[in-house]
Design a protein around this ligand. Structure first.
Ligand code: NAI
Length: 318
């Protein structure tokens, strides 16, 4: 099988001065892409800034014969980062929203600054970069986006309430971009990576980090953003240490209660086992799936005639 190439494509990698971002940047450049190496160059807590982080990676790419330009803006100024791509290479094809920081502290001690800075970098940053890339993607009917979640966001993690909230936001964000982008051949996926970096060096032992090379996250990202991927979109992947797995929502069988004055807390408690029964799970992928349930509920509830109620398509969002 021939290798996946990215010739003539422009990849923007945010936070590409180190860790996962650097691994992405080096890889895509080695596969023929033009790379915008964005990095603010601050500390892992989001303090300070420097041009060095991005410059080192750009120099490494150029020394290996690749094409790259630096950008030193914070991701909250996404339009400047995308503009760097347009100015230098005339196009943007792939956006890897990767930049990130940590402000770990127990919820009891969390300050507004810890919350706001995390939301600004992870949520607003990813939004601003995608928002600036979007018109180009639509116009050229081609675009690929990777957003970065985290196990901390999917499952919660002690001392990371701000980060967890920001990281899970990337799932909803990505799933909607996937839905809105599909007809324009814009594929958006979200990864929850695990890899050795200056970020994880603060929370994991060296023996473990040895087995979590950033390079092992890169190939999945390459598959998802390659032009040959025309279907995989709106998906969540865990990736790290050589393990790759898709995640999805699972809905329990659930309880159906009559929507009249018998719908009391006590009635719910009586059906609590059904609420929690995962023996016949469903895997919903959109609001329309919920509408099917609602139709059933309405048949047995206020609409006593059991008429065929069609809600799908009438309700865009819940
Ligand atoms: P890292 O700290 O090595 O790299 C993050 C890069 O983002 C740094 O070079 C930093 O200077 C840059 N950056 C920070 N704020 C920025 C801003 N406002 N604008 C532009 N650049 C900025 O960390 P790592 O581990 O490579 O993380 C990459 C992404 O993966 C992050 O979004 C992180 O939250 C996520 N992640 C990483 C995990 C891991 O195991 N390494 C686990 C789960 C998620």
């Amino acid at each position: 099988m021939s290798e996946l190439r990215f010739d003539n494509q422009t990849v923007v990698v945010t936070g590409a001065g180190g860790g996962l971002g650097k691994a992405y940047a080096l890889f895509f450049a080695s596969r023929g892409a033009n790379v915008v190496v964005n990095d603010l160059g601050g500390s892992f807590k989001g303090e300070g800034n420097s041009t060095k982080a991005a410059d080192v990676v750009v120099n490494e790419i150029k020394a290996a014969g690749g094409k790259a330009v630096p950008n030193y803006d914070s991701v909250e100024n996404g339009e400047r980062i995308i503009d760097t791509a347009i100015q230098a290479f005339g196009r943007i094809d792939i956006l890897l929203n990767n930049a990130g920081i940590l402000r770990d502290v127990s919820f009891k001690n969390m300050k507004d600054d810890d919350w706001d800075l995390i939301i600004k970098v992870h949520v607003k940053g990813a939004y601003k970069c995608a928002r600036a890339a979007w018109p180009h993607f639509r116009k050229q009917k081609y675009g690929r986006i990777i957003n970065t979640a985290s196990a901390a966001g999917l499952f919660g993690s002690f001392g990371q309430c701000n980060y967890s909230a920001a990281k899970l936001s990337q799932v909803g964000f990505t799933e909607t971009l996937a839905k809105e982008g599909y007809k324009y051949n814009i594929m958006a996926n979200v990864i929850a990576p695990i890899a050795a970096s200056r970020m994880t060096a603060t929370v994991m032992p060296p023996e473990l980090l040895e087995n979590l090379k950033p390079d092992w996250v890169v190939p999945l990202v390459a598959v998802l953003v390659h032009p040959s991927n025309k279907q995989e979109t709106g998906s969540i992947f865990e990736v790290g240490g050589g393990h790759i797995a898709k995640l999805r929502w699972e809905r329990a069988k659930g309880a159906l209660l009559k929507t009249d004055d018998t719908l009391t807390p006590g009635a719910i408690l009586k059906k609590w086992d059904q609420v929690n029964d995962f023996s016949q799970p469903e895997y919903p992928t959109g609001p329309a799936d919920f509408m099917t349930l609602l139709e059933e509920a309405m048949k047995m509830g206020s609409n006593d005639k059991g008429e065929n109620i069609d809600l799908k398509g009438k309700v865009a969002l819940i």
